[in-house]
Design a protein around this ligand. Structure first.
Ligand code: FES
Ligand code: FE
Length: 462
């Protein structure tokens, strides 16, 4: 696109070089670009807002952000979930000024206009006397409503009323995401409200990393192999844990910027059982090492729900880390325990943009409703230890983002480029890989993060 997008004449082609696979650092700090992203990305695409089990009862609501707009996510009297702009159509006051609660009606504290959980206008005080009959019809005075889609209990919404369906937006990623989010009839639940904390960083520093950057694990999270859950006793040469085997597997990217890293399980099964897993059936492997949050007793349900191809991927190289474009990250991690067993941790993050150099990190911890309570408790504790506000892994990650954001404001460094040239060959999709999408096999590379930027580019130039 050769049209200027910023007032100083900067074009999108000045910021992202599609031939060289490079992005100018200025992209991580520019306030004008940030404002454009809110309109062209967050107001156009589907955005993740929360989980339906956060609002189980009629009238329950939570207040969340769709890009730069606050929204009320509420369950109405007919049990449906609605998403409405949290702005009073009278004079623009914020309607819900708390994080959540239960309300049969939302009353604006300024002049008292009142709305149903579905956003419809109910009434205003002294309506007839004050409005002199010049009021618009009630149907015109409701809150601005978003289009909502519930997927595996996850609440997504978009302002793009006539845009692509949620199914279109997921595209080929759905084949894989179903094996994570739609595993049981009972479905999932959140284990408490999400943890939230502010980081002084541009939202894209967190989100491009979330598009399945595996390489940084070797250095930034090196402690995982030295003293953490992947550590092993030093060998004869005094060398400790080696994280590099965790970097092998399959990386998947799809049309709309969704990506995932599918990490090989065979070594874990071999270590657990002492047997060669290569000749085992999917059923046998899933029973020996069930996915995070699934117990052996729950495996027959997986066998009924999924195709042989999906079961093969789930038992061989399941997606363990990945993203929902634009700002969601999920983790379904197999965590080795000191006693030799494996525990799962399941978390979902949203990186909410709060300005060009500020984001809110929101962390939900999840389990299947059918998971036994004692396992849920262990999963919750393990997830908090590793993945949340006080967690050890993502404190490493969130150390880097502010430095990158600050550097992007430097007179010299704003022209430095982010480089994404470690790419798989075009024909890297393994012949025996049964799933859809673009697939690279081997040591973790840059394709997934580059694909994230390509969809960012597509939306910014749309
Ligand atoms: Fe809400 Fe006036 S601004 S009632
Ligand atoms: Fe990380």
């Amino acid at each position: 696109n050769t049209n200027p997008i910023l007032s100083d004449g900067t074009k999108i082609s000045d910021l992202i070089d599609l031939e060289k696979h490079e992005v100018k650092m200025r992209t991580l700090s520019d306030p004008e670009l940030y404002a454009l992203e809110m309109k062209k990305i967050f107001a156009k695409t589907w955005v993740f807002l929360g989980h339906e089990t956060e609002i189980p009862n009629k009238g329950d609501f939570i207040v969340r952000d769709m890009g730069s707009d606050s929204v009320i996510v509420a369950r109405s009297s007919d049990e449906q979930i609605h998403v409405s702009l949290n702005v009073c159509p009278h004079r623009g006051m914020k309607i819900a000024t708390v994080d959540g609660g239960n309300a049969a009606a939302h009353v604006c504290i300024y002049h008292g206009w009142t709305f149903r959980p579905n956003g419809d206008f109910i009434a205003a005080p002294m309506e007839k006397e004050c409005m002199h009959g010049k009021m618009r019809t009630k149907a015109e005075l409701g809150l601005h409503k978003a289009r909502v889609s519930i997927y595996g209990g996850l609440i997504f919404a978009t302002w793009n009323i006539d845009g692509p369906s949620f199914e279109d937006f997921l595209g080929d990623a759905k084949w894989y995401f179903d094996t994570l989010w739609c595993r049981t009839t009972a479905g999932m639940e959140v284990l408490g409200p999400p943890q939230r904390f502010i980081i002084r960083a541009n939202w894209k520093t967190a989100c491009e990393q979330s598009a399945s950057d595996g390489f940084h694990t070797l250095t930034l999270h090196r402690w995982l192999g030295e003293v953490g859950p992947y550590a092993k006793k030093p060998d004869a040469e005094g060398k400790g844990g080696d994280l590099s085997p965790e970097m092998y597997g399959v990386e998947v990217w799809t049309e709309h910027g969704h990506t995932m890293r599918c990490i090989e399980l065979d070594r874990k099964i071999q270590r657990l059982t002492g047997r060669d897993p290569s000749s085992m059936s999917a059923e046998e492997k899933l029973t020996l090492l069930p996915p995070p949050g699934i117990t052996r007793e729950m495996v027959p349900e997986l066998l009924k729900r999924f195709s042989p191809e999906q079961l093969h991927v789930m038992s061989w190289r399941p997606p363990q880390v990945g993203n929902f474009f634009p700002n969601g990250l999920f983790e379904f991690i197999y965590l080795p325990q000191p006693d030799g067993t494996v525990l799962g941790a399941m978390a979902l993050h949203a990186y909410i943009p709060k300005g060009p150099d500020k984001l809110e990190f929101v962390n939900w911890i999840l389990a299947e409703k059918d998971t036994p309570p004692e396992i849920k408790a262990r999963m919750l504790r393990q997830s908090i230890q590793l993945l949340g506000t006080s967690g050890m892994v993502e404190q490493d990650d969130s150390d880097t983002w502010p430095h990158m954001t600050l550097a992007a404001k430097g007179a010299m460094s704003e022209d430095i480029t982010l480089k994404y040239q470690a790419l798989y060959e075009d024909d890297a999709k393994p012949a025996d890989w049964p799933g859809p999408g673009y697939v690279g096999e081997g040591f973790t590379k840059d394709d997934t993060q580059w694909q994230w930027w390509k969809y960012w580019h597509a939306l910014m130039t749309a």
